[in-house]
Write a protein that binds this ligand. Structure first.
Ligand code: NAD
Length: 455
C-alpha cells in the first residue's frame, strides 16, 4: 500500500506554500477541467459502458454535461464568490473594518461512489479546487474502469503537486482515513457515512456526507397520471435505478395504483420495446453482490410488471411490485435498482405518518395538482429536498442546495453551495489606533461600574 502519510505531508507543504490560493491558479485548473471533459469524452463514455453498460446519452447528459455546467458556473462567479464580504456593522464598529474572508480549508479528501462515478468525484473535486484547496480523490473501486480513467486523466490535465487520485477499496480508504485532512467530502451509503464521520471526528475534521435513503413518492388522484407515470418511471429506470435520488417506493390509493400500472405497461413498451434487456438504453446492475441483493426483492409482494432477470448480464427488468407490506425486506433499505414497490394508503395524512415513521429521506416526491396537499406534505415531513410533479430534476437546479438531512446526509452542494462548502468563512475585525475609537471603546476597561454597563 502507498505511503499516505507522506502523500498528505507533501501535499500540505504545497498548500502552505500558497500555490493554490491565487485566482489564476484556480481558474487555470477549472479551464483545464473543461479541456479534459472535451478531449476525454470518448474515454469516459467507454468506461461507463464497461462499468454499468451505461449508454452514451446517459453518460453525456448525467456525467459529462452536468459536470461541465458546474465548472462553467464556478468559473463565471469565482471572482465574485471569493471576494471578501463586508457585512453591516453596529455603531460601535463605525470606524472599523468588518470583513469575512474566504479561506480554503487546506487538504480535502473526496471519496466517491460507483453509481455516477465520474460526476460525483469531479464536481466536489472542482469545488474544492475553486475554493483554493489541495485535493486527494478516492474514487470507488466498484466502478473500476471509471476509476482508472480518473487516475489517468486527472494528473494529465490538473496540477500534479496539488491534486492526487488514490485508487483502491476499503483497506486503502481505511488507511487514508488515518491521516489528518482539513475537510472530507464523502458520497455513498449511510452505513459507510458513519464510518467516515467517526474517522473525521478523531481530528475534528468538518465533513459533508452525501448519503442515501428511501425517497418516497406520493401520488394522488388529482395528478396528471400520464405525465406522472412517465416522470416517476424515468427517475426509477435511468442508470438502472442506481441513483441516490431515485423514487424508491410509491404511496397511493389502490385506485391510483391500478391506473398507474396500466399506463406504466404502455410507457415501458414505448421506451424499451418488448424486452428492455435488448434495449441499448437500459443500464445493468453494478456487480454480482448488488444483483443478488436485488433479485431477492422480487419475492416481496406480487410482481405487477417485469420481474425478469439474467444473472450473466446482471440484468433486472423495470419491475413494479404490489401487495407489498411495510415490513417486507424491499421496504427496509434503499432499493438502488429498477424495482418500484407500491404501498397503499388512503390519503395524504396517512402518507405523512408513513414517511415520518421512517428515517428522513434524501428527497420527497409529490404528484398532485392540489396546492394544499403539496404544502401539507412539504411542511409536515422532513427530507433533504422536494420534487413536486417531477423526479430527479431538482438536482440540476444549480441555485438549489443539494444534500440530505438526518440519515440521508450532512451538508449540501451545487452551484454557489459547492464553493461555500469548501471555504472557511473567517470573520475579521480590523481596527486602527484612532483616538476617537479608543475613547468610544474605553468603557470596557476597569474599574467597572453600573454606569458603564448602560453604554
Ligand atoms: P459505499 O458507501 O459502499 O462506497 C462509497 C465509497 O466509500 C467508495 O469509494 C468505497 O471505496 C468507500 N468505502 C466503502 N466501504 C468503506 C469502508 N468500510 N471504510 C471506508 N471506506 C469505504 O457507497 P456506494 O455503494 O458506492 O454508493 C451507493 C450509496 O451511495 C447509496 O446509498 C446512494 O444513495 C448513495 N449515494 C448518495 C448520493 C448523494 O449525492 N447523496 C449520490 C450517489 C450515491
Amino acid at each position: 500500500m502507498a505511503d499516505y502519510a507522506s502523500l498528505v505531508d507533501r501535499t500540505r507543504t504545497v498548500f502552505l506554500s500558497g500555490k493554490t490560493r491565487s485566482l489564476e491558479w484556480r481558474k487555470k485548473q477549472l479551464k483545464q477541467t473543461l479541456l479534459m471533459l472535451e478531449e476525454c469524452e470518448q474515454e469516459i463514455i467507454s468506461a461507463l459502458a464497461t462499468d454499468l453498460h451505461k449508454c452514451k446519452f446517459e453518460t453525456v447528459s448525467t456525467e459529462i454535461k452536468f459536470t461541465e455546467g458546474e465548472v462553467i458556473e464556478l468559473l463565471r462567479h469565482l471572482k465574485e464568490w471569493s471576494a471578501d464580504e463586508k457585512p453591516s456593522k453596529a455603531i460601535v464598529n463605525i470606524l472599523d473594518k468588518v470583513e469575512i474572508k474566504k479561506e480554503p480549508y487546506g487538504i480535502v479528501l473526496v471519496i466517491g461512489p460507483w453509481n455516477y462515478p465520474f460526476q460525483l468525484c469531479v464536481v466536489p473535486l472542482i469545488g474544492a479546487i475553486a475554493a483554493g484547496n489541495c485535493v486527494i480523490l478516492k474514487p470507488s473501486e466498484l466502478s473500476s474502469a471509471t476509476s482508472a480513467v480518473l487516475a489517468k486523466i486527472i494528473p494529465k490535465y490538473l496540477d500534479q503537486e496539488c491534486i492526487h487520485v488514490v485508487v483502491g477499496g476499503v483497506s486503502e480508504t481505511t488507511e487514508l482515513l488515518k491521516q489528518r485532512f482539513d475537510y472530507i467530502f464523502y458520497t455513498g451509503s449511510t452505513t459507510v457515512g458513519k464510518i467516515i464521520g467517526n474517522a473525521a471526528n478523531k481530528f475534528l475534521t468538518p465533513v459533508t456526507l452525501e448519503l442515501g435513503g428511501k425517497s418516497p413518492v406520493y401520488v394522488d388522484n388529482t395528478a396528471d397520471l400520464e405525465i406522472s407515470v412517465k416522470r416517476i418511471l424515468w427517475g426509477k429506470c435511468i442508470n438502472g435505478g442506481q441513483t441516490c435520488i431515485a423514487p424508491d417506493y410509491v404511496l397511493c390509493t389502490e385506485e391510483v395504483q391500478n391506473k398507474f400500472i396500466e399506463k406504466a405497461k404502455h410507457i415501458l413498451k414505448e421506451w424499451y420495446a418488448d424486452n428492455p434487456k435488448e434495449s441499448p438504453d437500459f443500464t445493468r446492475i453494478i456487480n454480482e453482490n448488488h444483483y443478488q441483493r436485488l433479485v431477492k426483492y422480487l419475492n416481496n409482494g406480487k410482481v405487477a410488471i417485469g420481474g425478469d432477470c439474467d444473472a450473466r448480464e446482471r440484468y433486472i427488468s423495470p419491475t413494479i411490485l404490489i401487495d407489498v407490506k411495510p415490513t417486507d425486506p424491499v421496504m427496509q433499505d434503499e432499493i438502488f435498482g429498477p424495482i418500484l414497490p407500491f404501498i397503499n394508503i388512503n390519503n395524504a395524512y396517512e402518507a405523512i405518518n408513513f414517511i415520518n415513521s421512517r428515517e428522513s429521506p434524501l428527497v420527497l416526491y409529490i404528484f398532485s395538482k392540489d396546492r394544499k396537499v403539496q404544502d401539507l406534505l412539504i411542511s409536515q415531513t422532513r427530507s433533504g429536498s422536494v420534487g413536486v410533479n417531477e423526479t430527479l430534476m431538482q438536482y440540476c437546479v444549480d441555485t438549489l442546495p443539494f444534500g440530505g438531512v438526518g440519515n440521508s446526509g450532512i451538508g449540501a452542494y451545487h452551484g454557489k453551495y459547492t464553493y461555500d462548502t469548501f471555504v472557511h468563512k473567517k470573520g475579521c475585525l480590523i481596527k486602527d489606533f484612532n483616538k476617537l475609537g479608543e475613547i468610544l471603546g474605553s468603557c470596557r476597561y476597569p474599574p467597572y461600574s453600573d454606569k458603564k454597563l448602560s453604554f
